[in-house]
Design a protein around this ligand. Sequence first.
Ligand code: SF4
Length: 357
Amino acid sequence: MLTKEDLAKYPFLKQTASFIENKGLDLSDLASDEYSPILARAIRRIRNSIEKYIEPTDISDLDAEILSYPLALALVYGSKSGWLVNRFATIEAKRTEEELRKEPSEKLIEIADSGFGWKVSKAELKLEWEEFGFSISFHNFLEAAPGFNSSQWKLVNRYLCGGQVFLGAGSLARLICEAFKMKILRRAADKEMLGFRLPEAFRPHLEEILEAAKEIRQDYEEIPRGLIADAMPPCITTIVNDVRAGKGLSHMARFTLTTFMVNVGEGVDDVLKLFGNVADFDEGKARYQIEHIAGMIGSKTKYRPPKCDVLRSFGLCVGADDLCREVKHPLTYYQKRLRATGRRGGSDGTRNRKKGV
Ligand code: SF4
């Protein structure tokens, strides 16, 4: 049932590996002009992951799409950057998940089998609150589920019967993607990969990629650790004042404050301390949420605060001092204020970003 388009969508299938092998190409062959569309697509895949952009599978040139994956992976492994490997694995897994969510049941079962040798069966289990269309052996389930931190993925919280774990289509898609992501990450730690050197012909491309990654990391990380209170934008100052006064906060206000704090380098305990005055404060729950937002658990994605126009629509922009009129994001405000007061140099954090995740 698997088509050539499927091989392009799902690089972890054994049929995809055979297709690539049958081409009989060496990694260094792909550096020649003849294969420049493949190299261009590989670079685009990596840049997408750096920018957290989930681009649908490009089916306009299936050969280039299929072959671009191993080349992109080689460039990423050759970079020796754990950050880049992690970012690439995360975005490729998310792209795959979007594709899997559109697949019919039979194809999902075939993909799980071809990709990871999992024996998934169709099921018809209807509980009061949920429907499960699939079952999978608990051994297979445990190959990927520990990658999730959410308690719903713990075996004790799943419906388990006769050694089979019951799942809905969305959960099966997530499980497959997590297995794909883990495969990329584990391979990066292989002895063979640690010694891997990229052919010289790709060096200039790798340097460009690393430069793009560096810029993004500067935006995200080059803020000095720890909050500098007098550089905070007015929206954040207001939320901080409210929280200190023990006022109830909307979900969006809590999310904005937490994301802002973790992005300016405040530790989990500092953020927790800040929320200590809130009436319904539950330390366990709050710690879990902060760690999740900081990318320490779960999807391992560090969340950014919402942009100004989003905050405006939630009534959280109390704004508009002079600097507010120049920015579109509270973190940019903070960075500009730091620079203006001589506490930070470098990039101003603005970027023409595509769809984020
Ligand atoms: S303009 Fe942006 S930075 Fe300024 S207060 Fe409004 S949301 Fe905050």
